[in-house]
Ligand binder design. Sequence first.
Ligand SMILES: Nc1nc2c(ncn2[C@@H]2O[C@H](COP(=O)(O)OP(=O)(O)O)[C@@H](O)[C@H]2O)c(=O)[nH]1
Ligand SMILES: [Mg+2]
Length: 218
Amino acid sequence: MKIELMTNILGDNDAAAQANQEFFDAHGILAVDFMGSPGSGKTSVLEQVVRSLDDVTIKVIEGDVATANDARRIEEAGAEAFQINTGGMCHLNAPMITRAVERISLAATDLLLIENVGNLVCPAAFKLGAHFRLVVSSVPEGDDKPEKYPVAFRDCDGVILNKIDLLPHLSFDVERFWDLCGQLQPQAVQFSTSCVTGEGIAQLCQWLRERHSKLVSG
Ligand SMILES: Nc1nc2c(ncn2[C@@H]2O[C@H](COP(=O)(O)OP(=O)(O)O)[C@@H](O)[C@H]2O)c(=O)[nH]1
Ligand SMILES: [Mg+2]
């Protein structure tokens, strides 16, 4: 019975995710779900993207257990942000995105960036209707994270290795990290970024631009 219930919950979520994606497709909005541990730098990466892509209309949905701190940071960076507080839930789900989308104006929006709740386990199970899912992992977390949390690294379209400015100070085997990522999801696009030096942000922005152009050109 428990398994049936869980199946139903995921089935309902998938239906809402499908409807979300159809809405984004119809409006030419590229939606990207950023997943990762607390503190991996999800908000920092989004701040950098918002500041860099100043000719693109970006809206951000922020998911957190509590506070609107991240939404404030995004608005300071220059994009409208909508905060979802999950009140204890460790992930966003598709109906939460549906409700958020009803409350923000997405007219003329090019990119909808979604910061999932900081967690490497639960968000992977709940699709939101985003076109792409990117995992933000960071150097201080260690190079074994893909091995320990394989579902997130398998069920994603790309991985951002953030905080590469810290590589000289920590023992982190970059080659091992990317090997593990490649074994789990060979198709995933790979980015190496630092929100301190700005390294790698241009590549991520270029990828977002290209994905958006591809979406709107059909
Ligand atoms: N050294 C370094 N610190 C970073 C980088 N990106 C984020 N941080 C710091 O890591 C901490 C967590 O970042 P935040 O963006 O809030 O992470 P989130 O919880 O994943 O949204 C903050 O103190 C950031 O200043 C980076 O590229 N390099
Ligand atoms: Mg954050």
